[in-house]
Design a protein around this ligand. Sequence first.
Ligand code: AHR
Length: 320
Amino acid sequence: MRSRKFFLSIVVLVSLIAVFPTFAQDNVGSGLTIGFAQVGTESAWRTAFTAATIAEAEARGINLLYVDGQNNQDTQIAALRSFIQQGVDAIILAPVVETGWDQVLQEVQAAGIPLVIVDRNVTADPSLYFTRVASDFVHEGRLAAAWLAQATAGVCNIVELEGTVGSSAARDRQIGFNEVISLFPNMHILLSQSGDFLRDGGYAVMDGIIASEDMAQICAVWSHNDDMAIGAAQAMKDHGIDPGNDILIVSVDAIPDIFLAMMNGDTNATVELSPAMAGPAFDAIVAHLAGQEVPRNIAVSGGLFLPATAADEYARRTQQ
Ligand code: AHR
């Protein structure tokens, strides 16, 4: 009789676990120590991504060792070495640039620590990390260009505000954008300069261009992120140009401030880069540590947002 009761309890317990898998998910990773080497605080998207990662770790009971890389690869390399010394269970690396990671990633692997790349890519041997959680930057560039092509009927001289030189986000967005505009013989990039993904950088580049170029020849600004777009729009306003009208602006990220800018008519379109990469990264680490097969690439998706939904998007993204 007793053993029958015991057997029934086991059956009920197993059924509950099967019926409520999300309950177990909430605690995935509890007790792990994970090092997180972040790029820095260059953009509102980046700080939202950091905040989401810290919140997700807290919710799961993960001890997250966070290091702000200050947009500097050497700082990030030093962070990885300190994670090795501290004997973390896993590492998440959001690399500032693509190249120069081979040596330190080999050290991480030699220490037996699994590593996930998030967001921007690295050129290092893929066997040095077990997965990458990221969006498709080439696709983002294509979406931005496709919107601009239809908005201008394929006739437009463009200023490009590039992100951080050497980052895969800047390079791949540029590739995707150029691929689409190359289909339109009357769409050209007139000028391309880096604003380093910074709002001040976008302002400074645009300010310089307004001082040196004939702005009547320019139809649009293609900015690799929203912060530079907002900086460029401000520079235009300071010089009596009406951004979003005299000159169209399309960018990437979908941060709350870009929806405000669209509501004011200052910018025209943004492609979303989701900051929700921590959940998939933590899940991948737990699965990998449990010996499960993890896909080499885990995609996060975005989409194109226009002024028509800007007010709703702003409200949705800023409500507590
Ligand atoms: O790597 C992604 C890019 O980095 C974001 O688009 C930009 O805002 C950030 O700084």
